[in-house]
Design a protein around this ligand. Sequence first.
Ligand code: ATP
Length: 522
Amino acid sequence: MEPENMPTAPEMAKIVSLCQRRGFIFQSSEIYGGLSSCWDYGPLGVELKRNIKEAWWRANVIQRDDVAGIDSSILMHPKVWEASGHIQGFSDPLVECKACNQRFRADHVWVLAVKDAGHDVQGYISTLEPADLIRKAVDFSNRLPEHLRVAESEQAKRFGKKDLLQNLTSEIAKIPCPACEVVGKLTEPRQFNLMFKTHMGPVEEQANVVYMRPETAQGIFVNFQNVLNSTRKKLPFGIAQIGKAFRNEITTGNFIFRSREFEQMEIEFFVKPGTEEEWLNYWLERRLKWYVDLGIKAESLRLRKHQERELAHYAKACYDVEFVFPMGWAELEGIASRGNFDLTQHANASGKDLSYYDEESKEHYLPFVIEPSAGVDRSVLAFLCGAYAEEPDKDETRVVLHLHPNLAPVKVAVLPLSRKDPLVEMAKDVQVNLRTLFPTQYDDAQSIGRRYRRQDEIGTPLCVTVDFQSLEDNQVTIRDRDSMSQIRIPVAVLVETVFKKLGGEDFLTLPPGGSVVKVEKE
Ligand code: ATP
């Protein structure tokens, strides 16, 4: 895409500041100086995050006959991770600086050094002068903000990590430490497991080691037969799960984009071998549409197909759904065609038969799987960035989040024009009426203009103003966040008008009980 047509994203600092200021997201353990790469969702953030998960669950489970949900435990039998390959393979080689004791991803150090020297990584060994490399690498690493380093390490994956690391091992003595710049103190790359370990039971013995799951997917695979037997589903069918995952990531950063504790929304969609390509295309289209339906601009999304050399040996194809985050294009969701690798591994390791009996063809086989795997936190960041705007408002600028009504943490704000009594009483009645169906906020502090601004900034789609005239004519004003237009309507039709304005039958609302209310068409 030409640079002038590149979709833009707001600055990360603005998003972080808004999140902190208005109670979307805080640094974890902030009063103790914070815990790196862990985040707490505040009163508005928790609503936004719940709304995203609810919208995903509704689209992928509730509204489909061919997907069932589960909620598996975070701690699983250690053999699960042996069979899945995570214990052997889910590790990033690290180098450590003997001078300053900092650790870095080996591929990261390497690509930084080589790319800035103006060489393609593959061709480096034969062409580059080591002295030149060292000088440039020092300059380059010092200049580089953290988010670019992440992007560089993504490049490393694309170049083929294995070759890169073999070359790095032989060249490591010439590369300066990215932090302290001392040359010759980096160790050889060493494996470092990204899974968090803990102990089951009070005695800390090696025999009791368990892992915090690094993905929710394996909880789905090991329950394949349970779901199949209990639901009597026929292929093709999927199992969906939303839950926490933990990865001891080496390079974290970019706010909630890459953290050590995060949430995933994953589907394993099981299909008859031979039909996987058609289902992969189906899910690519379907997942992109989900983001667009919820307000992300199509031009801010793209699909990146993994090169052959990037694919795991068992994978048939893999795509990243990428979004223009403030630091550039980066993965929001991965959609992979994984063959029957996982079921085969678990069947062999557990000795259990995990095959499917196909009544039509009268044969047993292990289904193939398509895996759309999205990050909840990355979705939160994408929806915030996609919704953020600074717009002229009279002589000033307003900050507004154009969040889809289904995602907005607060749907309607009730604003009495004054704090005087008969008005407050009426406004409170209006709020009580509205909040049986919509999350509301009552705000009577400061001028009405300021209150509109506060609601715009947190993405509230509608504000209902109660004024002195309302006491006389029983009418209130509804102000629309996006157009800033206002209409006056009788209180008697307020609830249904708000409903229609929030999207009518497409509007998703959650009463206190938590189950989805189906809004009937009038
Ligand atoms: P990356 O290449 O960015 O490390 P990945 O390819 O390892 O991601 P997957 O294993 O495919 O990621 O996980 C699926 C989704 O989970 C990702 O698309 C992302 O949205 C989310 N995810 C993965 N790791 C993290 C993390 N450390 N922090 C937040 N979200 C994450």
